[in-house]
Ligand binder design. Structure first.
Ligand code: SF4
Length: 505
């Protein structure tokens, strides 16, 4: 029965169902089984996930400061029994506010961010702290799971609340950083259905046999499952999910309707637009391109050409003047400059890694590096436009130069989206897919230490906090420069490709 299962999971402590384990089980029985019995399949925590955890902890700690007194149950995540014992003792000793209050009952475990009450004569208020800037449906489920454990433990609760970040809070005034919403009714409404599901999940945990669950839309809803790579390893690559304009819902509709998973097996005549073209490309192996579209796009651009890309931070707790939770702050840019068709390509860049506000230095470096004429090429330029306009509004010293850069932005993305398709795009028009497909594998981001913007953000936060040895910091600083540079090199190469293909128009 436990042929491929980790038998160590059979100790009773390892079968305790905490909120995070239950959440996985609510998405899929098999995900709970893997969580309990196949720890070898658990993906490694990448820097972006770690930043998410760290920010969650930081928000939790900040929320506690709203309470004049409160006792923290300070135990490691796996010390469940000890945490529950300390909580029980704190309640008996008359504590009226407990942070990380923990309860273990009926094989279930709950850790409550803030458990508080006015006096021993009334019931408790349960407060779940969230780092999001709005209330989400999923938060109610989290509290309902806690409510079931508290009921099992015999704790009388009067009300349930979500405390989340307030998008209207503006640094430096953090007095309104949180919004608290009473969701007692919503929690009560979801309890009975959830109780049944938990009973079923407890059986899955106890039986210890891998449940037979086929892959399906549930693998990405409400979250991408942690075991996605494992369960999907036999699925064809590329598949109907790699068609442009289809998406996960459309992909499952195609599979349900036709029973086909491979693009080559589809009948292109049953599809329209880019999806139809992508099926033809997959079948013939020949790239589809409309040179005239590129010729018209590039005709609008003026020499010299600047190729610009930003990387941004988005701190959950604002720390720079005028910022709210998750305001995007540029901390790095790369710019390649091509002054004329015969000129050598030049480059300048800026990377801010100390704890001060990066915006003044970024604005100065931009104002210094850019001339007053020429197009500014930015792939998916709405991002760069927003950053430049915000910087201009923030920095009166360089408003004119920054607005001039913003007004000269041109975007190659629509031309690539509308006038070319290659099988290696895999349904995406992101520069990370388009550049290696059209130019070559040397532009594949997977070979870089940092392969996406979320990881770049996490590494920058790490460096700003001075974490790691000097050698490690130097290595990561170099990796950040390489990552941002890759985006603007890719834009230069794609522009050369556009100029070449335009000649065929
Ligand atoms: S990938 Fe899908 S089938 Fe596999 S465990 Fe996750 S949700 Fe279940």
């Amino acid at each position: 029965m436990f042929a491929d299962a980790d038998k160590t999971a059979m100790s009773s402590n390892n079968l305790i169902l905490s909120k995070s384990r239950l959440k996985r089980g609510l998405q899929c029985d098999k995900s709970l089984f893997f969580t309990l019995y196949r720890k070898d399949l658990e993906p490694k925590i990448d820097p972006a996930t770690q930043l998410n955890f760290d920010e969650g902890n930081e928000v939790g700690e900040r929320a506690r400061t709203l309470y004049a007194t409160g006792l923290l149950i300070d135990k490691k995540p796996w010390e469940r029994e000890e945490s529950a014992q300390d909580t029980n003792q704190a309640i008996q000793d008359g504590a009226n506010t407990i942070f990380e209050a923990s309860f273990l009952a009926g094989g279930l475990f709950a850790r409550i961010d803030i458990l508080t009450r006015a006096s021993k004569l009334v019931g408790w208020q349960v407060i779940e702290v969230k780092k999001s800037a709005k209330l989400k449906e999923d938060h109610i489920e989290d509290l309902a799971l806690q409510a079931i454990v508290l009921a099992e433990a015999g704790i009388k609760v009067d009300s349930f609340h979500i405390m989340h970040l307030n998008s209207k809070c503006i640094y430096p005034n953090l007095s309104n950083l949180f919004v608290i919403k009473n969701v007692t009714k919503e929690v009560a409404d979801s309890l009975s259905e959830l109780r049944d599901k938990i009973e079923k999940l407890q059986k899955v945990a106890e039986i210890g046999t891998e449940p037979k669950v086929a892959i399906g839309p549930h693998c990405d809803e409400p979250y991408t499952c942690a075991f996605h790579d494992h369960c999907w390893k036999e699925f064809p690559q590329p598949s109907v999910f790699d068609l442009p304009g289809v998406g996960p819902v459309g992909g499952w509709k195609i599979i349900k309707g036709s029973g086909k998973t491979r693009i080559q097996d589809l009948d292109e005549n049953e599809f329209k637009g880019k999806t139809k073209i992508a099926i033809e490309v997959a079948k013939t192996g020949k790239r589809w391109v409309e040179p005239r579209g590129f010729q018209l796009a590039i005709k609008q651009w003026q020499w010299p050409l600047y190729f610009l890309d930003f990387e941004t931070l988005a701190p959950a707790i604002p720390r720079y003047s005028g910022c709210s939770p998750y305001t995007e702050i540029p901390f790095q840019f790369s710019c390649h400059v091509w002054k004329s068709p015969s000129a050598k390509i030049e480059h300048f860049e800026y990377l801010h890694l100390d704890q001060t506000d990066p915006r003044p230095a970024v604005a100065t470096a931009l104002a210094k590096g850019f001339g007053s004429t020429g197009s500014v090429v930015a792939y998916n330029m709405s991002v760069e436009r927003g950053i430049l306009e915000d910087l201009a509004a923030f920095n009166s010293q360089h408003t004119v130069e920054l607005m001039s850069i913003a007004s000269r932005l041109v975007d190659p993305l629509p031309a690539f989206r509308n006038h070319v398709y290659d099988a290696k795009f895999f349904g995406s028009f992101s520069i990370k897919d388009v550049a290696p497909a059209l130019i070559g594998e040397h532009l594949n981001y997977n070979q870089l230490t940092i392969s996406d913007g979320m990881i770049a953000r996490a590494i920058a936060e790490q460096l700003m906090r001075s974490l790691g040895s000097n050698d490690e910091r130097a290595r990561l600083r170099q990796a950040l420069l390489e990552y941002c540079r890759q985006d603007t090199i890719a834009m230069v190469e794609l522009t050369k490709w556009m100029l070449d293909i335009s000649k065929a128009a």
